[in-house]
Design a protein around this ligand. Structure first.
Ligand code: GLU
Length: 442
């Protein structure tokens, strides 16, 4: 088995392409196959080196590695050779119509109630007409002559699928400037690099019909590649995700501090109805089964992702995060705060509360309570028993209990209304800071 993930470096990777990336990787790892990263970069106008580099970084961040890598821009001679093969078979033909002419023809057909597909007028062009046009400075672009069959396949996710080629325009494979279109280069690569399974988004279903036709024309053999199309992702409301791609890019999630394990665990369960558990790709292999993916679009909900992230953080050991915690943060600190984090970066704020400086909110009305608390403050060493013993003493001295007792103290000690359990957090702040904050707060 050999699969490929083939992004076009025309933008940052987003969850819509991370999902097939992960699926390809899991399929390869599960079945002892080869996972190839291929950059579809023949669109020189839109491809950018920073996106190409970004794709590799983002995939590594996600926890994916690849066994082989290449970019299509390094294989232009192969595409030229394949184009010549098709020309020799009379299946790639030159066209000269401008975009305006094509638009006009489409409009005419629509008015006549016919499908607005290309009428193949260029096929009737004689070689004399073509030579004259070229002599007049025109350069042809090239279309593939579709066979007119209905192409069917057993889709690895969607089941029985077919595409009726007569209802499609012959696709342009080579532009007038000589550059090749993805529809074509992908087929040449899939054939020549021995790809056995193509797993990609449902938006490519029509392409698959066209590409199988091209593939069979090129190779002269029936197609043997298995195709699987993953239903598209929608946003939380069921609308198209495409409008918000910026906000669901891997880069943005990384910047926001989402753990990659939360994202992979969430992506892999989308559309399966299974419970989401954050996990790195390697831990997802055993349970992976592409046939479990539902045929209908799956909702990608950033709030759910955040909930997965939160749950994941709450269960992480100190060893898993120590390098990403502020200097000096120890296991006791981590265990005290992890249950309060949405994002790991927030640990830094709590470390500041524990060991650094905070702005103590003024609570003049609570001055007697804070003074009583100061008076009752026990000497160190402190442990998990200190908070209950101390607050019991303050309660007895002031007659306060419940929220009226705890909230002013929490505010004075942490500057916040909510936060870690003070039983474990109080010893981390230490007596000196606690005393100073009680004095400042009243
Ligand atoms: N470059 C194509 C894309 O990003 C690849 C699709 C495919 O997997 O064939 O949509």
């Amino acid at each position: 088995m050999k699969v490929r993930f083939a992004p076009s470096p025309t933008g940052w990777l987003h969850v819509g392409n991370a999902r097939p990336a992960l699926a390809n990787w899991l399929e390869a790892r599960k079945r002892g196959g080869t996972f190839v990263l291929r950059l579809d970069d023949t669109d020189t106008g839109r491809s950018k080196p920073e996106f190409a580099q970004g794709i590799e970084e983002d995939l590594r961040w996600l926890g994916l590695n690849w066994d082989d890598f290449f970019r299509q821009s390094d294989r232009l001679d192969r595409y030229s050779a394949a184009a010549e093969t098709l020309k020799a078979k009379g299946l790639l033909y030159p066209c000269l119509e401008s975009e305006e002419e094509l638009n006009f023809k489409r409009e005419q057909r629509r008015k006549q109630g016919r499908a607005p597909i290309y009428d193949r007028a260029a096929l009737k062009m004689t070689s004399d007409q073509l030579s004259r046009a070229i002599a007049n400075g025109k350069t042809p672009y090239w279309r593939f002559k579709l066979s007119g069959r209905t192409i069917g396949w057993q889709d690895g996710v969607l089941g029985d699928r077919h595409v009726k080629l007569p209802s499609l325009s012959d696709p342009v494979l080579v532009r007038a400037d000589g550059s090749f279109l993805y529809t074509f280069t992908s087929v040449v690569d899939d054939l020549e690099t021995g790809i056995t399974h193509v797993i990609r988004g449902e938006d490519h279903v029509t392409n698959t019909g066209i590409q199988i036709d091209i593939l069979e024309a090129l190779s002269g053999r029936p197609n043997r590649i298995h195709f699987a199309h993953m239903p598209l992702l929608t946003d939380a409301e069921g609308g198209p995700l495409s409008k918000r791609l910026g906000s669901v890019s891997l880069r943005q999630f990384r910047r926001d501090g989402i753990e990659p394990e939360a994202l992979t665990g969430y992506l892999v369960t989308l559309g399966t109805g299974k419970e989401v558990v954050a996990a790195p790709p390697a831990a997802l292999v055993a349970d992976w089964d592409i046939t479990r993916i539902s045929h209908s679009p799956a909702r990608f909900d950033t709030r759910q992702l955040l909930a997965v992230n939160r749950r994941h953080l709450h269960g992480l050991d100190f060893a898993a995060v120590r390098e990403r915690l502020p200097d000096g943060a120890d296991e006791a600190f981590w265990l005290a705060v992890r249950g309060n984090l949405d994002l790991l970066a927030e640990a830094r704020d709590w470390f500041e509360v524990a060991r650094g400086h905070i702005t103590v909110p003024e609570q003049p009305e609570e001055a007697p309570l804070l003074r009583a608390a100061l008076d009752a403050l026990p000497p160190e060493p402190w442990d998990a028993g200190t908070w209950p013993a101390w607050t019991a003493a303050v309660g007895a001295a002031t007659g306060r209990k419940g929220k009226a007792l705890f909230l002013p103290l929490r505010r004075a000690l942490t500057g916040e209304e909510h936060g870690p359990d003070l039983k474990t957090f109080l010893p981390l702040i230490g007596r000196e800071r606690v005393a100073a904050r009680l004095r400042a707060g009243g």
